[in-house]
Design a protein around this ligand. Structure first.
Ligand SMILES: NC(=O)c1ccc[n+]([C@@H]2O[C@H](COP(=O)([O-])OP(=O)(O)OC[C@H]3O[C@@H](n4cnc5c(N)ncnc54)[C@H](O)[C@@H]3O)[C@@H](O)[C@H]2O)c1
Length: 424
């Protein structure tokens, strides 16, 4: 049967009970999304809207999809990466929640795009993307559906960069809210989420002791900062590489060694890329890396490590463990690549902890409500998340953690809004 006429495509529907237990477990750590779900169920702000989601199919995404459905939406999902799908979760979405889901862990590229096509068959009003593959496919292959699309949201840095390029080229045909740009998203998800879960991926894939290792991090953006912080907490010697002088300076002052990757590569026990850039670890670096070194990526696409170059340098590849490809080079060195260079935290581990996705997906849910309400006044551009949504999520998250903060007095408010008073 062609994929587009299938009701779903998941690995094994018999995994649904296990998937539901995992979804419930994550829900315990997602109190802000739970509050939104309650309100959505009462107010139904998404009534009658079809949402096509291309997201990592994880326990947290399941909680988001359930929230959107509670708000009245019809939701269809596919994975946003061939290796990130949690198969039990995909099964539970179909069996327990009647959410058509098209995602299988380990699917090849052809099936990955078949799944996107199958999701688009619902003729969406709203898109919810993580990396912009769905939106790009929609504009390239299903232009007939574009008039029916009201708006969309985008989850990650790489997706926002792609969508802004589309908007600049005049190619984007509907407005997108860049969820990634919310402070309650990138300051927490990209930093603390990627920081912790990338180490989780390295440890699950290799069982490596990080203490004492030379750990090279390419990119000192939100993800790189978090990863550097956590790797150094494990006792690794962190080296940062950058192309942006400001970020490089920040890394220096945060206490890390900063150098070019050419200088760092020969000493690295691990190199992890989090740049969103192409061929960051390139042939010239692979040629000088030491025997046994590990290379991994937690950036969105699997193109940060030049695997084609590594393949051509190697005379054989073995799989000593799940998620580890050992490339054997004729000079006797072995270089190990984790999770085929795909984003490691979602491939070899479970992605970010639910507590951090609580805020990212609260943004997704509230931005879906926002674009449903305001799409008519929005142009086909990429918009930031409205500040009041960001502030409200921060407030609710603090409340859920039992953290209280001070409030400006009337006198302080007046003082902070004035210019007259100076040195006393
Ligand atoms: N794994 C995950 O769960 C996860 C979560 C959030 C974001 N991401 C992805 O991670 C990537 C980084 O996201 P971010 O929010 O940190 O972006 P960012 O823009 O804040 O940081 C990226 C940094 O990489 C640097 N850089 C670019 N090219 C480089 C090169 N050749 N060498 C060294 N540094 C280079 C940039 O100067 C920038 O400072 C993106 O692809 C994003 O989509 C992944």
């Amino acid at each position: 049967m062609p994929m587009t006429t299938m009701a779903h495509d998941v690995a094994d529907l018999a995994l649904a009970d296990e998937g539901q237990r995992l979804i419930d477990w994550a829900a315990n750590e997602m109190p802000v999304l739970a509050l939104i779900r309650e309100r959505f169920a009462a107010e139904r702000p998404l009534d009658g809207l079809r949402i096509a989601g291309c997201l990592h199919i994880t326990t947290e995404t399941a909680n988001l999809a359930i929230t959107l459905k509670a708000g009245g939406a019809e939701v269809r999902l596919c994975g946003s990466n061939p290796l990130s799908t949690q198969d039990p979760v995909a099964a539970a979405l179909v069996v327990r929640h009647d959410i058509p889901t098209f995602a299988v862990k380990g699917e090849d590229s052809a099936r990955y795009y078949d799944h996107i096509r199958a999701v688009l068959e619902c003729e969406p009003h709203l898109t919810m993307d993580d990396g912009a593959d769905l939106v790009s496919q929609l504009h390239k292959d299903r232009e007939d559906l574009l008039p029916g699309v009201l708006a969309g949201t985008e989850e990650t840095t790489t997706g926002v960069i792609r969508l802004r390029a589309m908007a600049r080229a005049g190619a984007l045909k509907f407005p997108i809210v860049a969820v990634n740009e919310a402070d309650t998203k990138h300051m927490f998800d990209n930093r603390y989420g990627t920081g912790q879960s990338t180490l989780d991926g390295i440890i699950r894939a290799t069982n490596l002791l990080l203490a004492g290792k030379t750990f090279v991090i390419c990119g000192y953006g939100w993800c790189g900062r978090g990863l550097a912080m956590r790797a150094s907490g494990h006792g690794a010697h962190v080296i940062v590489t950058e192309v942006n002088p400001l970020r490089a300076l920040e890394a220096v002052m945060d206490g890390y060694r900063v150098m070019t990757l050419e200088e760092a590569a020969p000493t690295a026990d691990l190199i992890v890329t989090v740049t969103g850039d192409l061929n960051v670890v390139d042939r010239r670096h692979l040629e000088v890396m030491k025997d046994g070194a590990i290379i991994a990526n937690s950036g969105h696409f699997n193109d940060e490590i030049n695997l084609a170059a590594l393949d051509s340098l190697a005379d054989g590849v073995t799989q000593p463990r799940r998620f580890v490809d050992a490339y054997h080079l004729p000079d006797g060195r072995t270089l190990k690549v984790l999770a085929q260079g795909r984003l490691l935290n979602l491939s070899a581990a479970e992605g970010h902890p639910a507590a951090v996705m609580d805020m990212s997906f609260a943004n997704q849910a509230l931005c879906a409500e926002y674009v449903a309400k305001h799409h008519e006044s929005l142009a086909p551009e990429v918009y930031d998340v409205p500040k009041d949504i960001d502030a409200e999520i921060a407030r609710l998250k603090l409340e859920s953690m039992g953290v209280r903060i001070d409030v400006l007095s009337a006198e302080q408010q007046e003082y902070l809004g004035s210019w007259e008073s100076g040195t006393a």
